[in-house]
Design a protein around this ligand. Structure first.
Ligand SMILES: [Zn+2]
Length: 131
């Protein structure tokens, strides 16, 4: 397990573009169907947009029709952390990067088999390393 990255919000603000800072560090959500990776079928590894941690493989990506990149599982189980999120009057499970704590998206139990999980992730939270 990679060592935790501990940066101040000020450091992140200087490092990240404003739209990425909003999603990654302020739990923002990009508008649906706008993200760079929503429809991407390119092969590769999706890394954390803040720290480069390896998060998802394109092999686990599927077209959920929701407007956000969707995955059935993380590339490595401990690459992400899950937290209960009760904001916006809903109970959801937030997904964060295990290395730097940045917000990635949410996971829902309505994905396709075999995991039945749908990791609904903001494109702005990801960087694709094409194979
Ligand atoms: Zn990260």
């Amino acid at each position: 397990m990679a060592e935790k990255l501990d940066k101040t919000e000020q450091e992140w603000r200087e490092e990240l573009a404003p739209d990425r800072f909003h999603v990654l560090r302020e739990q923002g959500t990009e508008p649906p169907f706008t993200g760079a990776y929503t429809y991407s079928k390119a092969d590769g590894t999706y890394r954390c947009g803040a720290c480069g941690n390896e998060l998802f493989s394109s092999d686990a990506k599927f077209d959920s029709g929701t407007g956000w990149p969707s995955f059935t599982e993380p590339a490595v189980a401990d690459a992400v952390e899950l937290h209960e999120d009760t904001s916006h009057g809903m109970v959801r499970t937030e997904v964060t990067c295990a290395r730097c704590g940045s917000h990635l998206g949410h996971v829902f139990p309505d994905g396709p088999g075999p995991t039945g999980q749908r990791y609904c992730i903001n494109s702005l939270s990801l960087d694709l390393d094409e194979r």
